[in-house]
Structures are given as C-alpha cells and as structure tokens.
Design a protein around this ligand. Structure first.
Ligand code: COI
Length: 355
C-alpha cells in the first residue's frame, strides 16, 4: 500500500457551535484526500491536504461528458468518543461497480479504507457528537484528461471530502411529502441508474425543482420504460408496509443498490418481517392506499437514514400515510440502524469498522 503524504493546514477555521444545526453538505472539514491515476503510473501521489480549490483545465473531460462517480458514507462518534464507519466496504465496492459502468478505474480497497481512516483521524475534531449528527463522507472521482473527443479519459483524480451533518431533510425525522413523478424519468434499464454517477442526479433536478415549488420534499421516480413501476427517490430507496408485509422495488438495473436499503432488509428479516423485493406498480400502491392497506412508507439512504413519508401524491390525488405520523416499523428501523451506527446497540453482524 502506498504512503499517504499529509500536509496540515496552518490557519485555524471556526467550527460551527452546534453541528446538528448545519445545513446538510455546506460545511466542510479542514482537509481532503487526493490521489491521481493515469494508465502509465496507476494510482499515485496519495495525499491529505487542506480542503480547498482543485486547479483544473476547463477542457478537462469531466466538465463536458460528466465522467464522474461518487459515494456517500458516514463516520459516527459513539458515546465513549470512539469513531466508527458503517459497512464502508459496501460503499467501496459499489464505487468500483459504478466506475466499471462509466469506464473509470477502481481504487484498491485497502488503500481506499486507509485513506478514509487517515482523513477522519486527521479531522477527528470535526466528527460531531450531538444527537443525530455524523461526519458525512463524500468520495468522488473525475476524469481529468484535457480534450473534447468523447472517449474514456486516461487520467483521473480521486478525492474524499468530509462534512459534519445533522439530518438531510429540514423535517428531521418528521414525515415528508413525496410526489410520484409522471413526466420526467431518472434512469432506464441498460443505462446508469444503478451507478452512483453525477449524470443521474443532473437528470433528476428538473422534476425536483417543479415538485419543490409545490411543497414536496422529493419525487418518487417511475420506471423509464412503462412509467408504471415505482423505483426510488433519488436521495433514497423506498419501502412500503402494505397489509403487514414490507415491499421494496427490486434492483432491476435502474435502481441504486443502497447500503441502507440492504441493511434495512437484513434487519427487518432478522426481526421476522416478510420483506418482498419486486416490481411495484403505482396502481397497486394507489389501490392499497384507497383500501386503507398502505400502512407505512419510508425512505432509506446514507444521508436520509430512515425518513418517514407522510403523504404520497400521484396525479393530483394525495394519500396520507399513518395519519402523517412516523409508523411503528419506520421508528423501529430508525432506532435499530442508528443504534448500531452510533454504537448504542451491539454490532452482531460485523458491520462496524472502527478507526
Ligand atoms: C447519500 O445518501 O449519501 C447520497 O449520496 C444521496 C445524496 C443525493 C445526498
């Protein structure tokens, strides 16, 4: 494994007084990790440097053809003051799969983990301890070859940023309003839906802006082929409790394989719930809601954690779920997952990596 050069910042930056109040993703810690790749040298020049601008040629390919991938993960401070990651190798491996989809090189897994540990160690004072807070970690990779021909870049920059965060939605753990989007689509089968690449998110912004103007927090995407099956929310996967059973859209190639989704399914099954991964049509959902069988809806994601959905709107019809309150399973899942993440519940599954 390569050594990581560390260049500490000299100026002292003010930390927010109460980290639970910072706007998600707006306050960055003191340092960032950088590493370069090219086909001659492979991965090289691993370094932790002060967080700041990256000098780039405007002809770099990432600016033109969006050859870019990213991840979202978190480090948590436990009550004893220790710092731990939640299933980091799931993110590391998903980033490699995303990279494969857009022809970008994978990072060595142990090197990636070492970079995460060192960076968080250097900025450990930025790992918050207030209730509901964590250090959000954003690894990303961009194509740096200069030129306007469309082809795979020969050189890449890998970077890890970190930010102290509270909740992703201003609502916190209170239920949010979701609009089922019936105009734009986010991804199609054979496309990049399962990969965490910036282009997927760019494609989602127009619908989110439209929905935001109408008071919705986010949109729930329908499949890009028939516009019939629900897929995901973009910032989170979606789960429904219908008539006592838990349903979530199957991973059909256009849905992101969420780490929180996977962990939620594993926990729910361990607790004895029946969890069914399948294509779920919007008609089925509407029917269940009208029959009073749509008992709970929630989203799962690293940033979103477990977020209850209190209202679902489809074509001007709104269905209130669980009286607009957080449901029992949603709360149990939130407590179960965050309990493990913050070290309040024993980790019996080997999900935790400490630094
Ligand atoms: C995450 O949950 O970490 C994500 O990457 C979603 C992002 C849109 C905030």
């Amino acid at each position: 494994m390569q050594d990581i050069r560390i260049e500490l910042r000299e100026d002292k930056r003010e930390k927010p007084q109460d980290m639970s109040k910072v706007k998600f993703g707006k306050t960055f810690s003191d340092h960032m990790f950088l590493m370069n790749y090219d086909s001659q040298k492979g991965w090289h020049d691993a370094r932790i440097v002060p967080h700041g601008p990256i000098p780039m040629d405007p002809g770099a390919m990432v600016f033109h053809y969006a050859q870019e991938i990213f991840e979202g993960m978190k480090a948590y401070r436990t009550e004893s003051g220790a710092i731990q990651f939640f299933r980091p190798f799931e993110n590391i491996r998903r980033m490699a799969r995303s990279g494969e989809r857009v022809s970008m090189p994978a990072m060595d897994e142990d090197m990636f983990m070492e970079a995460l540990k060192k960076l968080v160690e250097v900025d450990k004072e930025w790992v918050p301890s207030e209730e509901g807070t964590s250090l959000y970690i954003r690894p990303f990779m961009i194509a740096t070859d200069v030129g306007l021909g469309v082809h795979a870049s020969d050189s890449y920059l890998f970077c890890i940023l970190t930010c102290p965060v509270g909740s992703y939605y201003p609502e916190g753990i209170n239920p949010i309003k979701i609009l089922i989007e019936d105009q734009d689509v986010r991804a199609v089968r054979g496309g990049t839906g399962y990969a965490k690449c910036g282009g997927n998110y760019a494609a989602s912004i127009r619908a989110s802006v439209r929905a935001g103007k109408k008071g919705f927090s986010q949109v729930l995407w329908l499949d890009g082929v028939e516009r019939k099956y629900v897929e995901e929310v973009g910032a989170m996967n979606i789960m429904f409790k219908i008539d006592g059973k838990i349903y979530t859209p199957e991973l059909n190639g256009s849905v992101l394989p969420g780490v929180t989704r996977k962990s939620s399914i594993e926990l729910l099954k361990d607790w004895g719930y029946e969890v069914i991964e399948k294509l779920i049509s919007v008609d089925e959902l509407v029917e269940a809601a009208k029959a009073g069988k749509l008992e709970e809806v929630w989203g799962t994601g690293t940033a979103a954690v477990v977020t209850p959905v209190g209202w679902l709107t489809y074509k001007d019809e709104t269905f209130e779920v669980e009286g607009g309150k957080i449901g029992e399973v949603t709360q149990k899942l939130y407590d179960g997952l965050t309990g493990i993440q913050w070290g309040k519940v024993e980790d019996t599954r080997d999900w935790i990596v400490t630094i």
